[in-house]
Structures are given as structure tokens and as C-alpha cells.
Write a protein that binds this ligand. Structure first.
Ligand code: SF4
Length: 239
């Protein structure tokens, strides 16, 4: 009797395991498609199938930009001046991803052009590259008010566009700048201090999390670990 109940339990566990595997294959691995049960039921916070479909078939950054349009998909559109799509080499082997535009970026519509951006330019130069050789973008494309971190629902709306950019560019390396970008792309809650310093694989791309240049401006003593991270990026870039 005990044997047959064990058999039934094992079968149930097998079915549950199969079901979980089936569902996980249907769910993109990155957190941008995670939503609450309520959101899943109401459809709020999810990319409409036609947008997702168009993004999947986009072959150029121009096509991704056209699909983004004059985006009002999340509340960040209300106070933005310009959408900051991202810029650089459309065939870059190295991408930098920050969390969101600041005031200067919002005004100019370009990523990383304020003081933190100037520091990023120097970091890029230190590894023997120029801004034109890499691609620079953010997790969200409109400025969060007061430079707060982007919220989960805002990230969820915006990140399919970054994902499409990454798919089109096909970089070998992504350097995530700061905790929000690193945690979002790597789908983890681990602190940036534990994530940085080593590569993490993301769908065949090597991801190096490091501190955000704005953080370095406030904490110059952290330039040393960032330099160590960037040397690893440089070595892999040259391979
Ligand atoms: S942050 Fe992204 S999703 Fe939100 S309005 Fe701007 S472009 Fe659209």
C-alpha cells in the first residue's frame, strides 16, 4: 500500500516538474517579463503581443526605435523631455548599460553625457576604445524624476526595447553600470559589491557588473575596483 502511494507521489512530482520546465521554457529568462499575478490577469505591465512580435522581428536599431515611437508605455513619459534610446556602434562588441537618463541626458536625448558620462568616456578611453566603438544605453529610456532608481513596472515596460537592441547588436560583452542595471540584467537581488569583479553569462554574452560612474564621482576610492573590472573587460575584448 505504501509502495503504491509512493508511486503516485513520484508521478505527481514528475508531472509538476515537467509542468515547471514547460512554463520556464515559455517565460523569457530575463526579469522584464516577470509580473505580479494581478498584472498577468489584467494584462497591465505586459508588452502587447503585436509589440513583442514586432520587436522580435526587428533587424536594425532603426526598426527598434521606430517601434518604440513616442513612447507612453510607462509613467516616466510624463516628465521626460527626450527619450534616450542609446547610441554608439550598431555592431559594438562591448555595450555599457546604466539604469536611466539623468538631467543632461534628458535634455539632449543622449546617454551618459553629463559628469558621470564624461567619467565613462575616460573609463572607455582607459581600455583603449572610444565611445563610437561601443554602444551605450540604459535600462529605462526616460528620466526617472529626481534621478531615483527606475521602478519595477517601469523597467518591465521598457526593457523589451533594450533586449531587442542587445539582440540586434549582438555584443560579446555587456558592462552593467551600477546595481539597478546589474540586478535587472542578471535577474538577481545580490548586491553589486558581490556581483562585480567577475563575468556572468547571459544568453551567451559575458556580463561584467561594475560600479556606476555617478557613484565613483561620490566615492573616488572605488575607482580601483572599477579599474580592475575594466581590465578584465579589456582582456576579453582583445581575445
Ligand atoms: S521609460 Fe521606456 S517604457 Fe517608459 S515611457 Fe520611456 S521609453 Fe516608454
Amino acid at each position: 500500500m505504501e509502495g503504491s502511494s509512493n508511486l503516485v507521489r513520484d508521478e505527481m512530482l514528475q508531472i509538476v516538474g515537467d509542468l515547471k520546465r514547460h512554463l520556464s521554457l515559455q517565460m523569457p529568462e530575463m526579469p522584464w517579463c516577470k509580473g505580479s499575478q494581478e498584472e498577468a490577469e489584467t494584462g497591465e505591465g505586459t508588452v502587447p503581443p503585436e509589440t513583442g512580435n514586432a520587436l522580435e522581428h526587428a533587424e536594425t536599431l532603426e526598426e527598434v526605435r521606430a517601434i518604440l515611437g513616442d513612447c507612453t508605455r510607462c509613467r516616466l513619459h510624463e516628465k521626460r523631455q527626450k527619450i534616450v534610446f542609446g547610441q554608439g556602434n550598431p555592431r559594438a562588441r562591448l555595450m555599457f548599460v546604466g539604469e536611466g537618463p539623468g538631467a543632461d541626458e534628458d535634455r539632449k536625448g543622449l546617454a551618459f553625457v553629463g559628469k558621470a558620462g564624461q567619467l565613462l568616456t575616460r573609463i572607455i578611453a582607459a581600455i583603449g576604445l572610444t565611445r563610437e566603438e561601443v554602444y551605450i544605453a540604459n535600462i529605462v529610456k526616460c528620466r526617472p524624476p529626481g534621478n531615483r532608481d527606475p521602478r519595477e513596472d517601469e523597467i518591465r515596460e521598457c526593457i523589451p526595447f533594450l533586449k531587442a537592441q542587445i539582440r540586434v547588436i549582438q555584443p560579446r560583452i555587456i558592462c552593467t553600470l551600477g546595481a539597478p542595471a546589474s540586478k535587472t540584467l542578471l535577474n538577481t537581488t545580490a548586491p553589486i559589491s558581490r556581483l562585480r569583479g567577475r563575468f556572468h553569462e547571459l544568453e551567451g554574452i559575458q556580463v561584467m557588473p561594475t560600479y556606476h560612474p555617478a557613484y565613483l564621482l561620490r566615492n573616488p576610492e572605488q575607482k580601483r575596483p572599477v579599474w580592475e573590472d575594466m581590465q578584465k573587460v579589456q582582456a576579453l575584448y582583445r581575445e
